[in-house]
Design a protein around this ligand. Structure first.
Ligand code: FAD
Length: 305
């Protein structure tokens, strides 16, 4: 008998920068854990700037919680040998999900032109191949299960791409290299996700594409992120958030807009929702409650027996 399928649920976390941030992150983790997400992802600084805190967080997630971590890994500015070593550490440490990314060069890199060196692995598709090579050599880990490899996708054009068509060709190359699924960059218009999926399927991409949704409750964060990712925030939403008479009202408007974005994506066939939490549980849980996402009665092996 086939079991019913439920939309996937996942959260993005970033490694804490200090002890205080770590304490508050763990409150967030415990509050999110009870919602039984399919995985939680842990970001990784470009060129491995926070490598040890990321690995420490992944280790604690694996040993102290019921959560399955998805480790982000960036290749920009790293040597092939370094990347091989980190992938070996992740797999050897029990991580079974890696999000293969290029990352962005920091402006204050130590190369003479002010940019960080590109590294030996220039793009995410090559990183996917490297992960699969390392995995293939670790036969001792085979019984512990195959590594699931995710990649980034863009519902609006990647800022360095000449076109959205190139973005889906790149996505196809990542799948051909061995990626199992993609998670989108933030997007702010409900139709953007369906547009990406349509272009991707037409180009031959078959892997699941999970919409990455950011709770749109803070104009400061929206401004920062839309600048970083090169995506314009919907002007109508921006005006409504700016015009809110209280934090409470702004929060209500932002949660409602986020729920609408996620609901349209799910109606358009999204396999689930990935929530960018910024290490705060309150807005993510507000979105989840209002979305009323159907979840399996109990996660884990016992449920499937
Ligand atoms: P790529 O797929 O390599 O694409 C980068 C650019 O190069 C694109 O313009 C693409 O069109 C072009 N390109 C790709 N492949 C080729 C090729 N073979 N030949 C020529 N051109 C090519 N950043 C972090 O630093 N840390 C994180 O933890 C992190 N997490 C993220 C999570 C998600 C879900 C997403 C969507 C993004 C994340 N990012 C993170 C940001 C990401 O690193 C940037 O968006 C970066 O600019 C591109 O990464 P990518 O993996 O898509 O790169």
């Amino acid at each position: 008998m086939s079991s019913p399928s439920y939309p996937a649920l996942s959260y993005e976390l970033y490694p804490p920068r200090n002890a205080e941030a770590e304490e508050s992150l763990w409150t967030t983790i415990r509050r999110l854990e009870v919602t039984r997400p399919d995985f939680v992802s842990v970001t990784y600084g470009a060129a491995g700037s926070n490598r040890e805190t990321a690995i420490a967080l992944l280790r604690r997630l694996l040993t102290e919680t019921t959560l399955k971590p998805l480790a982000h890994l960036t290749c920009i500015g790293s040597s092939r040998a370094d990347l091989t070593a980190i992938v070996e550490r992740l797999i050897g440490g029990g991580v079974r999900g890696i999000l293969a990314l290029r990352g962005d060069a920091p402006d204050d890199g130590d190369a003479p032109d002010g940019h960080a060196p590109e590294g030996d692995v220039a793009h995410a598709d090559a990183l996917v191949r490297l992960i699969r090579e390392v995995e293939g050599q670790r036969t001792a880990q085979l019984a512990a299960g195959r590594v699931s490899v995710g990649v980034a996708a863009y519902a609006t054009r990647h800022p360095a791409s000449p076109s959205m068509e190139q973005d889906v060709e790149v996505l196809l190359a990542k799948e051909a290299a061995g990626a199992d699924f993609a998670i989108t960059q933030v997007f702010f218009r409900p139709s953007d996700y369906a547009g990406l999926v349509r272009r991707a399927r037409r180009a031959g991409v078959t892997m699941p594409i999970i919409p990455g949704v950011m709770p749109m409750t803070s104009t400061r964060r929206l401004k920062k992120l839309s600048g970083l990712a090169g995506i314009d925030v919907d002007q109508g939403l921006w005006d409504r958030l700016e015009g809110a008479r209280s934090d409470e009202e702004r929060r209500r408007i932002g949660v409602a807009a986020t729920v609408e974005l996620a609901r349209v994506a799910l109606e358009d066939g999204a396999p689930g929702i990935h929530l960018y939490t910024f290490n705060e549980h309150a807005a993510a849980l507000d979105v989840l409650d209002a979305l009323d996402l159907e979840r399996p009665p109990q996660a884990g092996l016992a449920a499937s027996l």
